[in-house]
Design a protein around this ligand. Structure first.
Ligand SMILES: [Zn+2]
Length: 392
Protein backbone atom coordinates (compact mmCIF):
# COMPACT_ATOMS: atom_id res chain seq x y z
CA UNK A 1 0.00 0.00 0.00
CA UNK A 2 1.33 3.48 -0.91
CA UNK A 3 3.07 5.24 1.97
CA UNK A 4 2.95 9.00 2.41
CA UNK A 5 6.24 10.86 2.96
CA UNK A 6 5.95 12.14 6.54
CA UNK A 7 9.06 14.34 6.31
CA UNK A 8 7.80 16.02 3.11
CA UNK A 9 4.38 16.56 4.73
CA UNK A 10 5.90 18.19 7.85
CA UNK A 11 8.21 20.36 5.71
CA UNK A 12 5.23 21.70 3.74
CA UNK A 13 3.28 22.39 6.93
CA UNK A 14 6.29 24.32 8.26
CA UNK A 15 6.58 26.28 4.99
CA UNK A 16 2.90 27.24 5.09
CA UNK A 17 3.21 28.24 8.75
CA UNK A 18 5.77 30.90 7.77
CA UNK A 19 3.02 32.95 6.05
CA UNK A 20 1.64 35.21 8.78
CA UNK A 21 3.54 33.47 11.55
CA UNK A 22 3.23 35.13 14.97
CA UNK A 23 5.07 33.21 17.68
CA UNK A 24 3.80 29.63 17.68
CA UNK A 25 0.59 30.72 15.95
CA UNK A 26 -0.46 32.18 12.61
CA UNK A 27 -2.36 35.35 11.70
CA UNK A 28 -3.59 34.81 8.13
CA UNK A 29 -7.11 36.17 7.89
CA UNK A 30 -8.92 35.88 4.55
CA UNK A 31 -7.62 38.23 1.82
CA UNK A 32 -4.77 39.61 3.91
CA UNK A 33 -1.43 39.90 2.10
CA UNK A 34 -0.24 36.81 4.01
CA UNK A 35 -3.32 34.82 2.98
CA UNK A 36 -2.87 35.62 -0.71
CA UNK A 37 0.89 34.89 -0.54
CA UNK A 38 0.17 31.52 1.12
CA UNK A 39 -2.37 30.68 -1.60
CA UNK A 40 0.15 31.53 -4.34
CA UNK A 41 2.72 29.30 -2.60
CA UNK A 42 0.13 26.51 -2.46
CA UNK A 43 -0.62 26.87 -6.18
CA UNK A 44 3.12 26.48 -6.85
CA UNK A 45 3.30 23.30 -4.75
CA UNK A 46 0.26 21.93 -6.59
CA UNK A 47 1.94 22.54 -9.96
CA UNK A 48 5.09 20.75 -8.75
CA UNK A 49 2.86 17.80 -7.78
CA UNK A 50 1.51 17.58 -11.34
CA UNK A 51 -1.85 19.20 -10.59
CA UNK A 52 -3.22 22.09 -12.64
CA UNK A 53 -3.61 24.98 -10.16
CA UNK A 54 -6.18 27.76 -10.41
CA UNK A 55 -6.90 30.61 -7.99
CA UNK A 56 -10.35 32.11 -8.45
CA UNK A 57 -11.68 35.65 -7.96
CA UNK A 58 -12.12 35.07 -4.22
CA UNK A 59 -8.78 33.34 -3.59
CA UNK A 60 -10.03 29.74 -3.46
CA UNK A 61 -7.27 27.54 -4.91
CA UNK A 62 -8.06 24.30 -6.76
CA UNK A 63 -5.39 21.85 -7.92
CA UNK A 64 -7.00 19.78 -10.65
CA UNK A 65 -5.74 16.29 -11.35
CA UNK A 66 -5.55 14.79 -14.83
CA UNK A 67 -8.25 12.09 -14.42
CA UNK A 68 -11.80 12.62 -15.72
CA UNK A 69 -13.28 11.78 -12.29
CA UNK A 70 -11.72 12.75 -9.00
CA UNK A 71 -12.00 12.62 -5.25
CA UNK A 72 -11.83 16.15 -3.83
CA UNK A 73 -9.68 16.63 -0.71
CA UNK A 74 -9.09 19.89 1.13
CA UNK A 75 -10.00 22.47 3.72
CA UNK A 76 -9.01 26.15 4.15
CA UNK A 77 -5.74 28.08 4.56
CA UNK A 78 -7.21 31.28 6.04
CA UNK A 79 -7.14 31.57 9.85
CA UNK A 80 -8.86 33.50 12.61
CA UNK A 81 -6.86 36.51 13.88
CA UNK A 82 -3.89 35.21 15.92
CA UNK A 83 -4.99 31.62 15.37
CA UNK A 84 -3.21 28.28 15.33
CA UNK A 85 -1.02 26.78 12.60
CA UNK A 86 -3.06 23.63 11.83
CA UNK A 87 -6.73 24.70 11.66
CA UNK A 88 -7.53 24.24 7.97
CA UNK A 89 -3.88 24.16 6.83
CA UNK A 90 -3.55 20.53 7.93
CA UNK A 91 -6.37 19.32 5.68
CA UNK A 92 -5.03 21.16 2.63
CA UNK A 93 -1.39 20.04 3.03
CA UNK A 94 -2.41 16.43 3.82
CA UNK A 95 -4.53 16.48 0.67
CA UNK A 96 -1.52 17.64 -1.30
CA UNK A 97 0.58 14.82 0.19
CA UNK A 98 -2.11 12.27 -0.72
CA UNK A 99 -2.22 13.58 -4.32
CA UNK A 100 1.58 13.27 -4.54
CA UNK A 101 1.43 9.74 -3.15
CA UNK A 102 -1.45 8.40 -5.26
CA UNK A 103 -1.04 10.34 -8.53
CA UNK A 104 -4.12 10.87 -10.72
CA UNK A 105 -7.65 10.85 -9.36
CA UNK A 106 -7.31 13.47 -6.63
CA UNK A 107 -8.18 17.22 -6.77
CA UNK A 108 -6.99 19.46 -3.92
CA UNK A 109 -8.75 22.60 -2.72
CA UNK A 110 -8.21 25.43 -0.25
CA UNK A 111 -11.49 27.28 0.20
CA UNK A 112 -11.53 31.01 0.95
CA UNK A 113 -12.72 32.56 4.23
CA UNK A 114 -13.95 29.49 6.08
CA UNK A 115 -13.37 31.46 9.29
CA UNK A 116 -15.76 34.24 8.28
CA UNK A 117 -13.56 37.33 8.30
CA UNK A 118 -16.04 38.58 5.68
CA UNK A 119 -18.50 35.73 5.06
CA UNK A 120 -18.20 32.28 6.72
CA UNK A 121 -17.49 29.45 4.24
CA UNK A 122 -17.42 31.93 1.34
CA UNK A 123 -15.29 29.67 -0.88
CA UNK A 124 -17.10 26.39 -0.25
CA UNK A 125 -20.52 28.01 -0.65
CA UNK A 126 -19.48 29.61 -3.94
CA UNK A 127 -18.00 26.27 -5.10
CA UNK A 128 -21.34 24.49 -4.81
CA UNK A 129 -23.26 27.47 -6.20
CA UNK A 130 -24.94 28.43 -2.92
CA UNK A 131 -23.90 32.09 -2.77
CA UNK A 132 -25.66 35.15 -4.16
CA UNK A 133 -24.09 38.30 -5.54
CA UNK A 134 -26.18 40.29 -3.04
CA UNK A 135 -24.54 38.43 -0.12
CA UNK A 136 -21.08 39.12 -1.53
CA UNK A 137 -21.91 42.81 -2.00
CA UNK A 138 -23.26 43.11 1.56
CA UNK A 139 -20.37 41.28 3.28
CA UNK A 140 -18.11 43.31 5.60
CA UNK A 141 -15.37 42.57 8.08
CA UNK A 142 -15.79 43.67 11.71
CA UNK A 143 -13.51 46.65 11.01
CA UNK A 144 -15.93 47.85 8.30
CA UNK A 145 -13.94 46.83 5.20
CA UNK A 146 -16.23 45.46 2.49
CA UNK A 147 -15.52 42.11 0.86
CA UNK A 148 -15.71 43.77 -2.58
CA UNK A 149 -12.96 46.27 -1.64
CA UNK A 150 -10.78 43.54 -0.14
CA UNK A 151 -11.10 41.42 -3.31
CA UNK A 152 -10.19 44.40 -5.49
CA UNK A 153 -7.24 45.28 -3.22
CA UNK A 154 -5.97 41.71 -3.54
CA UNK A 155 -6.10 42.06 -7.34
CA UNK A 156 -8.47 39.12 -7.80
CA UNK A 157 -10.65 38.93 -10.92
CA UNK A 158 -12.92 36.56 -12.80
CA UNK A 159 -15.67 34.21 -11.73
CA UNK A 160 -15.75 31.90 -8.68
CA UNK A 161 -14.73 28.28 -9.19
CA UNK A 162 -17.69 25.93 -9.42
CA UNK A 163 -17.62 22.17 -8.94
CA UNK A 164 -17.64 20.55 -12.39
CA UNK A 165 -20.89 18.58 -12.66
CA UNK A 166 -20.34 14.82 -12.47
CA UNK A 167 -16.61 15.12 -11.74
CA UNK A 168 -16.48 14.36 -8.02
CA UNK A 169 -16.74 10.99 -6.28
CA UNK A 170 -16.93 12.91 -3.02
CA UNK A 171 -15.13 15.25 -0.63
CA UNK A 172 -12.82 14.36 2.27
CA UNK A 173 -11.65 16.88 4.87
CA UNK A 174 -8.98 16.06 7.45
CA UNK A 175 -9.07 18.53 10.34
CA UNK A 176 -7.79 18.93 13.88
CA UNK A 177 -10.46 18.02 16.43
CA UNK A 178 -10.31 21.44 18.19
CA UNK A 179 -11.53 19.75 21.36
CA UNK A 180 -10.15 17.35 23.99
CA UNK A 181 -12.09 14.12 23.32
CA UNK A 182 -9.60 12.11 21.21
CA UNK A 183 -6.69 12.93 23.52
CA UNK A 184 -8.67 12.24 26.70
CA UNK A 185 -9.97 8.90 25.43
CA UNK A 186 -6.67 7.78 23.87
CA UNK A 187 -7.77 7.62 20.21
CA UNK A 188 -5.57 8.33 17.17
CA UNK A 189 -8.30 9.50 14.78
CA UNK A 190 -11.96 10.51 14.89
CA UNK A 191 -14.42 9.39 12.21
CA UNK A 192 -16.87 12.29 12.08
CA UNK A 193 -20.48 11.10 12.06
CA UNK A 194 -21.82 14.53 11.19
CA UNK A 195 -21.71 18.21 11.98
CA UNK A 196 -24.12 19.09 14.73
CA UNK A 197 -27.12 21.29 14.13
CA UNK A 198 -27.92 24.08 16.55
CA UNK A 199 -30.74 26.35 17.51
CA UNK A 200 -30.61 29.64 19.38
CA UNK A 201 -33.54 31.14 21.23
CA UNK A 202 -33.79 34.65 22.64
CA UNK A 203 -35.82 34.55 25.86
CA UNK A 204 -37.40 37.73 27.31
CA UNK A 205 -38.87 38.37 30.76
CA UNK A 206 -41.09 41.38 31.46
CA UNK A 207 -41.47 43.06 34.87
CA UNK A 208 -41.51 46.53 36.38
CA UNK A 209 -38.67 48.78 37.56
CA UNK A 210 -38.90 49.65 41.26
CA UNK A 211 -36.62 50.83 44.05
CA UNK A 212 -34.66 47.78 45.19
CA UNK A 213 -34.55 49.00 48.80
CA UNK A 214 -38.13 50.18 49.44
CA UNK A 215 -40.27 47.71 47.48
CA UNK A 216 -41.23 44.63 49.56
CA UNK A 217 -40.24 41.34 47.89
CA UNK A 218 -43.83 40.13 47.62
CA UNK A 219 -44.88 43.23 45.66
CA UNK A 220 -42.14 43.16 43.02
CA UNK A 221 -42.48 42.19 39.39
CA UNK A 222 -38.81 41.25 39.01
CA UNK A 223 -37.96 40.36 35.41
CA UNK A 224 -34.43 39.32 36.44
CA UNK A 225 -35.68 36.77 38.96
CA UNK A 226 -38.15 35.38 36.41
CA UNK A 227 -35.38 34.94 33.84
CA UNK A 228 -32.98 33.37 36.35
CA UNK A 229 -35.68 30.84 37.34
CA UNK A 230 -35.96 29.96 33.66
CA UNK A 231 -32.16 29.58 33.39
CA UNK A 232 -32.08 27.37 36.51
CA UNK A 233 -34.83 25.16 35.02
CA UNK A 234 -32.87 24.91 31.75
CA UNK A 235 -29.78 23.82 33.70
CA UNK A 236 -31.64 21.07 35.56
CA UNK A 237 -34.37 19.97 33.11
CA UNK A 238 -33.33 20.65 29.51
CA UNK A 239 -31.12 17.57 29.00
CA UNK A 240 -33.43 15.29 30.96
CA UNK A 241 -36.36 16.47 28.82
CA UNK A 242 -34.91 15.03 25.62
CA UNK A 243 -31.16 15.49 25.29
CA UNK A 244 -28.87 12.73 24.02
CA UNK A 245 -25.45 11.71 25.36
CA UNK A 246 -23.72 14.24 23.10
CA UNK A 247 -26.16 17.15 23.42
CA UNK A 248 -24.55 20.41 24.53
CA UNK A 249 -26.27 23.62 25.56
CA UNK A 250 -25.12 27.07 26.58
CA UNK A 251 -26.39 30.34 27.97
CA UNK A 252 -23.60 32.66 26.86
CA UNK A 253 -25.33 36.02 27.08
CA UNK A 254 -27.71 37.59 29.58
CA UNK A 255 -28.80 41.18 30.09
CA UNK A 256 -30.89 43.05 32.70
CA UNK A 257 -32.52 46.41 32.06
CA UNK A 258 -32.17 49.15 33.22
CA UNK A 259 -29.14 47.35 34.69
CA UNK A 260 -28.41 49.06 38.01
CA UNK A 261 -27.77 47.30 41.31
CA UNK A 262 -30.43 49.36 43.16
CA UNK A 263 -33.19 48.97 40.56
CA UNK A 264 -35.45 45.91 40.25
CA UNK A 265 -35.02 44.75 36.61
CA UNK A 266 -37.91 45.86 34.40
CA UNK A 267 -36.93 43.49 31.62
CA UNK A 268 -34.33 40.81 31.06
CA UNK A 269 -33.08 38.75 28.12
CA UNK A 270 -30.83 35.79 27.53
CA UNK A 271 -29.80 33.65 24.57
CA UNK A 272 -29.99 29.87 24.97
CA UNK A 273 -28.36 27.64 22.36
CA UNK A 274 -28.35 23.85 22.10
CA UNK A 275 -26.56 21.52 19.67
CA UNK A 276 -26.92 17.90 18.61
CA UNK A 277 -26.40 15.71 15.56
CA UNK A 278 -29.96 14.37 15.82
CA UNK A 279 -32.72 16.69 14.60
CA UNK A 280 -35.23 14.78 16.78
CA UNK A 281 -33.22 15.62 19.88
CA UNK A 282 -33.24 19.30 18.92
CA UNK A 283 -37.01 19.12 18.38
CA UNK A 284 -37.57 17.49 21.81
CA UNK A 285 -35.57 20.20 23.56
CA UNK A 286 -37.50 22.85 21.68
CA UNK A 287 -40.76 21.25 22.82
CA UNK A 288 -39.58 21.49 26.46
CA UNK A 289 -38.67 25.12 25.85
CA UNK A 290 -42.12 25.95 24.45
CA UNK A 291 -43.86 24.23 27.42
CA UNK A 292 -41.68 26.15 29.90
CA UNK A 293 -42.42 29.49 28.17
CA UNK A 294 -46.15 28.75 28.09
CA UNK A 295 -46.13 28.07 31.85
CA UNK A 296 -45.08 31.64 32.73
CA UNK A 297 -46.98 34.59 31.23
CA UNK A 298 -44.14 37.03 31.97
CA UNK A 299 -41.82 35.00 29.71
CA UNK A 300 -41.66 34.99 25.92
CA UNK A 301 -39.13 33.78 23.38
CA UNK A 302 -38.36 33.29 19.73
CA UNK A 303 -35.94 31.23 17.70
CA UNK A 304 -33.19 33.44 16.24
CA UNK A 305 -30.89 30.82 14.60
CA UNK A 306 -31.71 27.41 13.16
CA UNK A 307 -29.00 25.22 11.63
CA UNK A 308 -29.95 21.67 10.66
CA UNK A 309 -27.50 18.85 11.47
CA UNK A 310 -25.36 17.60 8.55
CA UNK A 311 -24.81 13.83 8.61
CA UNK A 312 -21.68 12.53 6.86
CA UNK A 313 -21.83 9.96 4.04
CA UNK A 314 -21.90 6.35 5.38
CA UNK A 315 -19.83 4.86 2.52
CA UNK A 316 -17.07 7.47 2.91
CA UNK A 317 -17.13 7.04 6.70
CA UNK A 318 -16.75 3.28 6.23
CA UNK A 319 -13.75 3.82 3.91
CA UNK A 320 -12.09 6.00 6.57
CA UNK A 321 -12.86 3.41 9.24
CA UNK A 322 -11.37 0.56 7.18
CA UNK A 323 -8.27 2.68 6.50
CA UNK A 324 -7.90 3.41 10.23
CA UNK A 325 -8.19 -0.30 11.08
CA UNK A 326 -5.65 -1.20 8.38
CA UNK A 327 -3.16 1.21 10.00
CA UNK A 328 -3.84 -0.02 13.53
CA UNK A 329 -5.12 3.48 14.38
CA UNK A 330 -7.50 3.55 17.36
CA UNK A 331 -10.57 5.31 15.97
CA UNK A 332 -13.67 6.83 17.50
CA UNK A 333 -16.93 7.77 15.82
CA UNK A 334 -17.79 11.27 16.97
CA UNK A 335 -19.83 14.32 15.95
CA UNK A 336 -18.19 17.64 15.08
CA UNK A 337 -19.34 20.45 17.33
CA UNK A 338 -17.72 23.05 15.07
CA UNK A 339 -18.70 24.04 11.54
CA UNK A 340 -16.43 23.17 8.59
CA UNK A 341 -16.35 23.45 4.79
CA UNK A 342 -17.45 19.77 4.78
CA UNK A 343 -20.84 20.89 6.12
CA UNK A 344 -21.31 22.94 2.92
CA UNK A 345 -19.89 20.35 0.49
CA UNK A 346 -22.23 17.67 1.93
CA UNK A 347 -25.12 19.51 0.24
CA UNK A 348 -23.58 18.77 -3.16
CA UNK A 349 -21.65 15.47 -2.93
CA UNK A 350 -20.89 12.52 -0.60
CA UNK A 351 -18.71 13.98 2.16
CA UNK A 352 -16.80 12.74 5.21
CA UNK A 353 -14.32 14.11 7.75
CA UNK A 354 -11.40 12.71 9.71
CA UNK A 355 -10.19 14.30 12.97
CA UNK A 356 -6.75 14.09 14.55
CA UNK A 357 -6.20 14.90 18.26
CA UNK A 358 -5.62 18.48 19.43
CA UNK A 359 -3.10 18.73 22.29
CA UNK A 360 -5.02 19.92 25.34
CA UNK A 361 -8.04 20.43 23.07
CA UNK A 362 -6.68 23.90 22.23
CA UNK A 363 -7.64 25.69 18.99
CA UNK A 364 -8.24 29.19 17.57
CA UNK A 365 -5.19 30.13 19.64
CA UNK A 366 -1.40 30.09 19.08
CA UNK A 367 -1.24 27.15 21.55
CA UNK A 368 -3.02 24.95 18.97
CA UNK A 369 -0.90 21.86 18.17
CA UNK A 370 -0.99 18.16 17.26
CA UNK A 371 1.76 15.57 17.80
CA UNK A 372 3.73 14.81 14.63
CA UNK A 373 2.96 11.08 14.97
CA UNK A 374 -0.78 11.90 14.98
CA UNK A 375 -0.42 14.14 11.91
CA UNK A 376 1.45 11.47 9.94
CA UNK A 377 -0.98 8.74 11.05
CA UNK A 378 -4.01 10.86 10.07
CA UNK A 379 -2.56 11.61 6.64
CA UNK A 380 -1.84 7.90 6.03
CA UNK A 381 -5.41 6.96 6.99
CA UNK A 382 -6.69 9.68 4.62
CA UNK A 383 -4.41 8.34 1.86
CA UNK A 384 -5.55 4.73 2.24
CA UNK A 385 -9.21 5.75 2.29
CA UNK A 386 -8.67 7.89 -0.84
CA UNK A 387 -6.89 5.03 -2.62
CA UNK A 388 -9.82 2.70 -1.93
CA UNK A 389 -12.37 5.30 -3.06
CA UNK A 390 -10.69 6.19 -6.37
CA UNK A 391 -10.18 2.48 -7.13
CA UNK A 392 -13.88 1.66 -6.75
ZN1 LIG B 1 -10.99 24.92 10.21
Amino acid sequence: MPRIDGARLMADLAALRAFGRCGTGVDRTALSAEDIAARRWLAGRMAEAGLEPRMDCQGTVLGRGAAARALLIGSHTDTVPKGGWLDGALGVVCGLEVARTLGAGIDIISFQDEEGTFLPCLGSRAFIGDMTLAEIEAARARDGRTLSDALAAAGLHGTPLRAEPGRYRGFLELHIEQGPVLEETGHDVGIVTGIVGYRRWRIHAKGRADHAGTTPMALRRDAGATLLRFAADAATQLLAAGGGTETVWNIGWISFSPGASNVVPASAELVLEFRDLDALVLARIEAWLCRRLAADTSLAGEEITHFAPTPMDPALMAALERAAAKNGARHLRMPSGAGHDAMILARAMPTAMLFVPSIGGRSHDPAEDTAEANIVCGCQVLCDAAEALIGD
